[in-house]
Design a protein around this ligand. Structure first.
Ligand code: ADP
Ligand code: MG
Length: 305
């Protein structure tokens, strides 16, 4: 089967939103909504590196889209479409069918269209997705806007995906294989949050990016970290290790003034929010447990470690 037939069979479904020209020409065409900025990001998944070779292809398809929509959400933007660059070692129809179904399931859930891409052969299975979204001019939420006195918040629960990686077959594996990009929360925070990041490499490391970009520090309250029931049975240090250093959560971590937090509570949100600390002028990340200083040793995920 030639490249074109793969594209037509698996990657040429109807668009879900306004696309002037999608899959099939040299490039796709979109008309940007008035007064909006284009928000764009890319993420690559390499088989054997970002997921085990025998991972369910449906989950790979879902996740390759979800991690990109999470980056769009972390800017406060609304996702619109994706492009897919696919490098395959061989043509495996069962794999392609399940992969494309997973990819479209995630696209459909968040109203996103697949508008183009590239399909090549290579010795390693590699998937690169580029996501596009829109946000009103000047309204994107950067990493660099955290201010002393801001509340530090995180959505959902943290540590689930890392726990699942160490306990394959556990019900929490769903959190590892099918992360939910927090698209609705992301757009709700536009105009309210001062800074935001999605948690892909561990909460402490990702919050560290906000602190560095904003040139501020933070105090985190360990007892306030939102943790799934399955992790409650672990001892404190193990639990905090997962919650603070575990990757792949794809929750949103943001900082917000107390006044805007009250406004946020008046919106309908599809995920829970926890206040886990405060931003302070003094640089560095410090931890407290029940109001008392608590020193911790842990590592975030290092891509080139
Ligand atoms: P070109 O040779 O002009 O780069 P291609 O033959 O690579 O075009 O692709 C033909 C069309 O199919 C283009 O519209 C391209 O965006 C789309 N396409 C190719 N691979 C994929 C894919 N994996 N998913 C979605 N669209 C794809
Ligand atoms: Mg091409």
């Amino acid at each position: 089967m030639a490249e074109f037939s793969i594209i037509d069979t698996y990657f040429n479904r109807q668009n879900k939103n306004s696309v002037d020209l999608g899959v099939g020409d040299d490039s796709a065409l979109l008309t940007p909504p008035l007064q909006q900025q284009l928000v764009i990001c890319a993420d690559t998944l390499v088989a054997g590196r970002h997921f085990p070779l025998d991972t369910d292809p449906h989950a790979i398809g879902w996740k390759s889209v979800a991690v990109n929509l999470s980056d769009i959400a972390a800017m406060g933007a609304t996702p619109h479409s994706i492009l897919l660059a696919l490098s395959l070692p061989q043509i495996d129809h069962d794999w392609l069918k399940a992969f494309s179904q997973g990819l479209y399931d995630c696209c459909d859930q968040f109203g996103v269209s697949l508008i183009g891409g590239d399909t090549t052969q290579s010795p390693h299975l590699t998937l690169s997705v580029t996501a596009l979204g829109w946000v009103e001019i000047g309204k994107a939420v950067p990493r660099s806007g955290a201010k002393p006195g801001d509340l530090i918040c995180v959505s959902g629960t943290v540590g689930d995906a890392a726990f699942a990686l160490n306990h394959l077959g556990h019900p929490l594996q769903k959190r590892l294989d099918y992360p939910t990009p927090r698209c609705q929360l992301g757009t709700a925070l536009k105009g309210l949050a001062n800074s935001m990041i999605d948690v892909s490499d561990g909460l402490a490391q990702d919050l560290g990016h906000i602190l560095k970009a904003s040139q501020v520090g933070a105090i985190l309250a360990l007892e306030k970290l939102p943790i799934s029931p399955a992790l409650q049975a672990l001892n404190d240090e193990q639990r905090w290790q997962y919650a603070l250093a575990g990757g792949d959560d794809y929750e949103l971590c943001f900082t917000i003034s107390p006044q805007n937090y009250e406004k946020l509570l008046q919106k309908h949100l599809d995920v829970s929010i926890s206040i886990i600390g405060t931003i302070q002028q003094q640089h560095g990340l410090t931890f407290e447990k029940d109001g008392v200083d608590h020193s911790l040793q842990f590592n975030g995920y290092q891509h080139f470690a």
